[in-house]
Ligand binder design. Sequence first.
Ligand SMILES: Nc1ncnc2c1ncn2[C@@H]1O[C@H](COP(=O)(O)OP(=O)(O)O)[C@@H](O)[C@H]1O
Ligand SMILES: [Mg+2]
Length: 506
Amino acid sequence: MTYKIEMNHITKVFGSLVANDDVTLKVKPAEIHALLGENGAGKSTLMSILFGLYQAEDGDIIIDGEKVTILNPNDANDLGIGMVHQHFKLVDTFSVLDNIILGAEDTKYGVISYEEARKKLENLIEKYHLKVELDALIKDITVGQQQRVEILKMLYRDSNILIFDEPTAVLTPQEIHDLMGIMRNFAKEGKTIILITHKLNEIKEVADRCTVLRRGKMIGTVNVNETSVEEMATMMVGRKVSFTVNKPDVKTGEVVFSVENLNLEGKGKKILTDINLSVHRGEIVGIAGIDGNGQTEFVQAITGLIPTHHGKVMLNGEDITKASIRKKYEIGMSHIPEDRQKHGVVLDFNLESNMVIQNYYQKQFQRKSFLKFKQIREYTNNLIEKFDIRSERGAETDLRSMSGGNQQKAILGREISRNHELLIAVQPTRGLDVGAIEFIHKQLIEERSRQKGILLVSLELDEILDLSDRILVMYEGEIVAELDPKKTNYDEIGLYMSGGKRGLKA
Ligand SMILES: Nc1ncnc2c1ncn2[C@@H]1O[C@H](COP(=O)(O)OP(=O)(O)O)[C@@H](O)[C@H]1O
Ligand SMILES: [Mg+2]
């Protein structure tokens, strides 16, 4: 058999960093081949080489048995290679149609033949169920639809090697399901598919084979139906990973945090409508929802990042609706913010300054307006040890030079170690690798055992289902469902998340 694609001994360096280190990838015709690896493993780099965006320092590429040179995306195009990037490359103010034909304009006597383009696209939309309005502007359609535009772009160019770079990160469960179906159809028709992902269940669902990268190196290629999720995870991380979150039974206590009739408007538009919720001691309340349905604003309102005008917020028996951020911290609010670099840390400060940034003025760290440097150092070293925060120079490391996972562990350690009653954790594991996710989940469960209240806001449904004792679904600024994680499932939550179902249960 001739492989459809062979990338042999590819090496690519960026400065002193080896992003791909002697990587070999062989893809069979008409298979769905997953490329698996943690953040920074080198997956996008390898595919950018295949697509002509980067040139490898070493190694060669063979397509259909012939050695090729791919200097730019046009060369890739000519070889039938198309790519849907992690961040879409569409022009916001252009129509769907214009975006698709941009760069591939067929002309007749120097005039673009829109009619033919439209016809071809209508056929493709119909054939592959890629529903999208050709005359809509990109800025007016959903992210899921934008992805379909990217897919149509490849099909319009008659690509038969389709690369998808983390395509499901931005989709709802239903859209993910549809996309998997679309991929299977492509493969059935003889197209070859490379799917980049770090989600193992997706690989199990659609992929035939899987190649694993770790820190720039090729670890191996396996047949998916002969390999367990655990085995693939071990290849990816380099050690055994536990997937089951062990949740001990915990007696829930009194209400520690509550929100009553919170409403919020912005730019003349309703952002939040009548939000009511409460969190008990020893309870994890999860807020599920698709990005952009008011979760961000809700958290900003209760933590004090934006002012609230209506409603009442209570923490630990005190009304904190209008309290300053410092006051909220003092009463017992801890917060792992959504944007860790913007609201979680000061990147230009070192680790120890960041660890006492909210309470440096307290007795523990200050005396007669002089900081107690020794205490701060000891406190930080303790956190480093307890929360496995890895960095080059310990307490003195600049936050900026630390990896995302370690920045997040630092924030988590700081927020958990401060005196608090409530922990608000927003997207606590976004962009982190499996090992760090496992660690953070364990810490949240321990918080629960310590009788803290935890409000978890996440776009990852798995995370919500694994950790929550109660699930609230937010849709268009309202809480549209309250669900028991033991009695609900992926599909039901997905339906609420997409507005397909409404109604409070429980
Ligand atoms: N253009 C670039 N310049 C410098 N470093 C880069 C560039 N692109 C990627 N890298 C680095 O190369 C490594 C691999 O990145 P990438 O291929 O994007 O990983 P993945 O897609 O597996 O998450 C990372 O350490 C990343 O920071
Ligand atoms: Mg990538």
